[in-house]
Design a protein around this ligand. Structure first.
Ligand SMILES: *Cc1c(COP(=O)(O)O)cnc(C)c1O
Length: 380
């Protein structure tokens, strides 16, 4: 078996000859950005593919989230998860909202609805949950709490491209949902993002916000930023759309192969995928429990020695970062599950071009410590 480096993900590239005609179109019509024809086509095609009505493309997922929060004109406190990528809470800071951290569910690793209500104060205006790894939050419970307390709900759905439950696309839930179309995500436009909203009026508002807040030549209504996706980025999305189903299918096969291979490995527990009728297999997170001979960090080092590069999503916990650690809700005692899981979780490589040999090599490396195989990296 070869020992080439296996990264945790590899961006999907459509065949170059499918990308070039879009580039030629750009050169012909000389429309480079500002809602050009490719941007409009991708918006329509993506909305249709995802099964949502109103979608606004963005230049990246972080600006999409910042603009979504701005669109709801929130002030005060927003309840969120500490178990996410830093863009989630940074978007709150850019809107001058105070994050209030609530612990996660030990099985799904999503915001635990049972702990939300205790964190609501008169200053709370919204809940910002994350569909972590693309696994749906308990959206019914969150909606119920939000309705009873008059709160908005914005889902950071950066991981949830194409995920459905029995009610259809999970992106069509909450007041707003946001996507990332970054190179490392399941569907990419090099860099990109989107806001999914409920009605045409909100989509119009968001389209103005992502264009500096410009209403017309003489009217600028608020301090919007520049969130526009360029034509070359839209071209990448259009060239990729015809391949996304095959990409997702291959991810599903890899997920199934890992689950079968790990079923008899004590202490390596894949995060389950409940409450979805269609998954995107964006990540393959496992929890390293005490029955395994190595700690999570010991396993991470062991795999790195054999050129298998995993990621400890999500570690460090957001609440340990200097911007957040002084907040009262960031205290580890408030977040026992998230604190423990951030020490135990690891994402294994999963991407469409991964081969069966790659899977076999990774599974063998995961089993080696059980055999007392290699001199293994010391535990942290
Ligand atoms: C990737 C990601 C983002 C940010 O998206 P970008 O497109 O990289 O700006 C936000 N939230 C989460 C949970 C992410 O994983």
């Amino acid at each position: 078996m070869s020992d080439h480096k296996i990264h945790v993900t590899q961006p999907f590239l459509p065949p170059l000859e499918e990308f070039i005609p879009y580039v030629e179109e750009i050169w012909e019509n000389r429309f480079l950005t500002n809602g050009g024809p490719l941007h409009q086509r991708l918006e329509a095609d993506l909305a249709a593919y995802l099964g949502v009505e109103h979608l606004a493309l963005f230049n990246n997922g972080t600006i999409a989230l910042i603009t979504a929060l701005q669109a709801l004109d929130l002030e005060g406190e927003v309840i969120t998860t500490p178990f996410s990528f830093v863009a989630t809470t940074n978007a709150l800071i850019w809107n001058k909202n105070t994050p209030v951290f609530v612990d996660i569910d030990p099985v799904t690793l999503n915001l635990d609805p049972a702990k939300i209500e205790a964190a609501i104060t008169p200053r709370t205006t919204a809940i910002l949950p994350v569909h972590c790894y693309g696994n749906p939050c308990d959206m019914a419970a969150i909606r119920d709490i939000a309705d009873r307390h008059g709160l908005k709900v914005v889902y950071d759905a950066a991981h949830a491209f194409g995920v459905h439950n029995e009610e259809g696309s999970i992106l069509a839930r909450g007041d707003l949902s946001t996507l990332s179309l970054h190179a490392t995500k399941v569907f990419n436009t090099f860099e990109g993002g989107a806001v999914i909203c409920r009605d045409a009026a909100m989509k119009h508002h968001i389209d103005e916000l992502k264009n500096f807040g410009i209403v017309d030549e003489l009217t600028i209504k608020v301090a919007g930023c520049n969130g526009k996706m360029s034509e070359i980025h839209a071209a990448m999305g259009l060239a990729q759309l015809g391949h996304i189903d095959a990409c997702l299918a291959r991810r599903g096969e890899i997920d199934a192969a890992y689950r079968a291979a790990l079923a008899d490995v004590p202490g390596l527990d894949p995060v389950p995928k409940p409450n979805q009728t269609r998954s995107n297999w964006a990540y393959f997170p496992i929890v390293v429990n005490d029955a395994y001979p190595l700690t999570r960090d010991g396993l991470y080092d062991h795999l790195r020695e054999v050129n298998i590069l995993t990621r400890r999503y999500f570690y460090p916990l957001l609440t340990t970062l200097p911007m957040y650690s002084d907040l009262p809700s960031a205290a580890p005692a408030n977040l026992p599950v998230a604190s423990e899981m951030s020490q135990r979780v690891m994402c294994l490589p999963i991407f469409p071009s991964m081969t069966d040999d790659d899977i076999a090599r990774i599974v063998d490396a995961l089993r080696a410590p059980l055999r007392g195989g290699r001199p293994l990296a010391a535990t942290a």
